[in-house]
Design a binder for this molecule. Structure first.
Ligand code: NAD
Length: 347
C-alpha cells in the first residue's frame, strides 16, 4: 500500500481523500491546506493534518503527494514534492502554460520519481462507450467527432471566474474534453480555431467552441457551454460506415450502421413545403440501428495504475507527452481566440 498525502483540502482534495481512504492500493497519510477552516474540517473527518506543506515534503514515509490546489499554485508544489523525493499526482490542468509544465517534467527527470496528472475523465463511461465503438471498427474510421458538455449555471463563483488563478472553461472542462478527443483521434493536428463565449463573465471564458483539423483530413469539434438551457448531445460521431449519437453519460450510445449504400428506389418524402429524396430517411433495408450498453468503469484504476507504475510494475496510463499535447492545443486555442483567426499548428 502506498502512503499518500494531499495538498489542498477543498472540493477536489476531499474527493482524493475519500478515494484514497477507499482504495485497495493506497492509504491516506494526511493533508495540508493553507486555510485553517479546511484543516479543521479534515480533523473533524478524522484525517491527520500536517503543520505545513514542508512537513509533508519532509515526511519520507509518504510515497505519493497529490496536489489539489487552484491551477496557478501547482508548479512550485509539484517541483518541491519531486525534489523532496516524492512521486506526484497533480490535478488538471497541470499548468497554465507548456513552459510551466516543461519545468515540472525537468524536475521529474532530475528526481527519478514519477509525475502524473489526474485526467480522471478517461474513466467516464460516455467517453469509454464511444472509444469502444471506434476501436471495434464496427462503423469504420472517424470522419468527424463532436464532443460537447452543456450546463446552464455559468462558472462557479470561486477562483474559476478569475484569470490569475487559471479560471475559465478552456482550462476547467476543456482540458478533459480535449484530452479525450486526442485519445479518440491520436493523429497530428494541423490547425486550431477557437471562439470563446463570455455570456456571464468578462474576465475568463464561460464556454468555447473549438475546431481541430487533423493531418489526414479528420476533423473534431469540442464545445463547452455554461449558458445552455437545453443541452446538445454529449457525443456525435460521423464515421465511414455509420454514425454514433450519445445523449449524455446516463444513456447508451445509439449506433446506426450502414449495411448497403445504394437503394434501388428512394421514395421522396414530403417535408414542409416540398419533397426530397436527398434527405429521405433510411430504413432497415440499408441501416442497422442499435444501442450499445454503457461499459463498466472503475475510477480507482487511476490510483491502481499509478501505484503500479511507481513500482515499475506497469506503464503509466496518463503520459506526460499526452498531457503536453493537450496544453499545446489549449495554448493554440487561446491564440486563435485572441487573433480571431485559425492558427496553423504541428501538434
Ligand atoms: P477549491 O478552491 O475547492 O480547493 C482548493 C484548496 O487549495 C483550498 O482549500 C485552498 O485553501 C487550498 N490551497 C490553495 N493554495 C494552497 C497552498 N499553497 N497550499 C495548500 N493548500 C492550498 O478548488 P478545487 O475545486 O478543489 O480545485 C483544486 C484543483 O483540482 C484545481 O486544479 C481544479 O482544476 C482541480 N479539479 C479537478 C477535478 C477533476 O475532476 N479532475 C474536479 C474539480 C477540480
Amino acid at each position: 500500500m502506498k502512503r499518500v498525502a494531499v495538498i489542498g483540502y477543498g472540493g477536489q482534495g476531499s474527493w482524493h481523500c475519500s478515494q484514497i481512504i477507499n482504495s485497495d492500493v493506497a492509504t491516506l497519510a494526511g493533508i495540508y491546506d493553507i486555510k485553517e477552516s479546511r484543516r479543521q474540517v479534515a480533523r473533524d473527518n478524522g484525517i491527520f493534518v500536517y503543520e505545513s506543506n514542508e512537513a509533508i515534503f519532509a515526511d519520507k514515509s509518504v510515497d505519493i503527494v497529490v496536489v489539489a490546489t487552484p491551477n496557478d499554485v501547482h508548479e512550485n508544489l509539484v517541483i518541491e514534492a519531486l525534489k523532496s523525493g516524492h512521486n506526484v499526482i497533480c490535478e488538471k490542468p497541470v499548468a497554465l502554460s507548456v513552459e510551466e509544465f516543461d519545468r515540472m517534467v525537468t524536475a521529474q527527470n532530475e528526481s527519478g520519481k514519477k509525475l502524473t496528472v489526474h485526467q480522471n475523465r478517461r474513466w467516464d463511461v460516455d467517453f469509454l462507450g464511444v472509444k469502444s465503438v471506434i476501436e471495434s471498427g464496427e462503423i469504420g474510421d472517424v470522419l468527424r467527432a463532436e464532443s460537447r458538455i452543456h450546463g446552464s449555471r455559468g462558472i462557479p463563483s470561486d477562483w474559476r471566474c478569475e484569470k490569475a488563478p487559471g479560471g475559465g472553461m478552456i482550462l476547467d472542462w476543456g482540458v478533459h474534453l480535449i484530452d479525450q478527443m486526442l485519445q479518440l483521434i491520436p493523429e497530428k493536428i494541423v490547425s486550431v480555431n477557437c471562439v470563446t463565449t463570455h455570456y456571464t463573465n468578462k474576465e475568463v471564458d464561460d464556454g468555447f467552441r473549438l475546431e481541430l483539423s487533423f493531418e489526414k483530413g479528420k476533423t473534431a469539434y469540442v464545445e463547452v457551454g455554461t449558458y445552455n438551457f437545453l443541452a446538445m448531445p454529449r457525443f456525435y460521431m460521423q464515421c465511414r460506415n455509420g454514425s454514433l449519437y450519445l445523449k449524455d453519460w446516463q444513456h447508451n450510445a445509439k449506433v446506426a450502421k450502414l449495411t448497403k449504400w445504394i437503394e434501388k428506389d428512394v421514395t421522396p418524402v414530403q417535408n414542409a413545403a416540398g419533397i426530397t429524396k436527398t434527405m429521405a430517411p433510411r430504413d432497415g433495408e440499408t441501416l442497422d440501428e442499435y444501442e450499445k450498453e454503457k461499459p463498466l468503469s472503475d475510477v480507482h484504476d487511476f490510483y491502481r495504475n499509478f501505484c503500479a507504475a511507481v513500482d515499475q510494475q506497469s506503464e503509466q496510463l496518463i503520459k506526460n507527452e499526452e498531457v503536453r499535447r493537450v496544453l499545446l492545443v489549449m495554448e493554440a486555442a487561446f491564440a486563435s481566440d485572441k487573433k480571431h483567426q485559425t492558427v496553423a499548428v504541428n501538434i
